[in-house]
Ligand binder design. Sequence first.
Ligand code: NAD
Length: 352
Amino acid sequence: MSVFSHVDFDHHEQVVYGHDKASGLKAIIAIHNSQLGPALGGCRMWPYADDQEALRDVLRLSRGMSYKSALANLPLGGGKAVIIGNPHTGKSEALFQAMGDFVDSLGGRYITAADSGTGVAEMQIMAERTRHVAGAGQREAFDGGTRNGDPSPSTAYGVFIGLQAAVKHRLGRDGLKGLKVAIQGVGQVGFSLARHLKEAGAELWVTDIQETNVRRAVEQLGAKAVGQHDIYGLDVDVFAPCAMGAIINPHTLEALRAPVIAGAANNQLADAQLAEELKRRGCLYAPDYAINAGGIIDVCYERTGGTAAQLKAHVEGIGGTLKQIFERAEAQGQTTSAVADSLARERLQAGR
Ligand code: NAD
């Protein structure tokens, strides 16, 4: 299928394929919209079945980044990169050097960052070849210490703030003590979110395809481990998807019982129509790109400067944005996804 007739093509400004024979790099970079600033978005490494699957992901994810940055009031456009490869077995220094060259070839129109399958180490390799990379250096942390450029603590903190806004709106609860939360995926973001929730007194159920990650949450946070397919049907207050996308689909929807969905994963709805079904069932969905904007806010501050306190305050703004989305959705009888999209488009227009 060509790019222009692709179902996920949304007037993307640029879609570029990159290949390096020596390292085996096969990658795609998509710039969706750069009206508000350079297109910033993570570089995902995933064993896509073929380049069509990778294209679909990069088109959807880059569009999501435009909306995410606009909704988070950042001077950034939306872009994304995907590397076709297995993050556990396919990484090499040469691969990420070649990816750095690929990013550099766009002259700063696209700025890359870590995403699923990549991390600070890979950003540091790319930074040898291009300055258009974020999340490769040390920076001041919220608590006054220093940490490397990994944005996932800010993402997790933003999800934690957004989850509280959703719980307040849907369940009328202020505190999280005794709140029951099921977390799908306790990797970088999921585990950090679990820690915030634990500190706030929530009860946790977790699942992950990596046994070591489940064990860490059980041993360190007292979470209860459940099977991969059992996570949906739990009688909990919140379902927090923090693994991969498209996990809200007709199949999982049948099992889902939680009145609130609030998690970090990108592109949680397999199909946009499912937002209507969630609304019909009284399930409050915190739109993924609104609630998981902490990472992009973090990355933006790293590039433009600002103190840890300013960064924290900006991330906490996610709570206010979600409150506005929930209230407008209720007042207008719309889905939260539709309202988030409208708000993002309004901010894109206003910034033009
Ligand atoms: P990660 O790879 O560190 O963690 C994901 C975890 O999910 C892993 O432990 C993995 O084993 C697990 N997992 C994968 N498939 C699963 C399945 N079917 N069932 C249960 N567990 C499964 O990634 P991350 O950085 O924590 O990101 C998690 C999600 O949040 C991703 O969708 C990512 O795109 C999104 N996100 C991350 C950031 C960030 O700052 N890292 C920012 C915005 C959005």
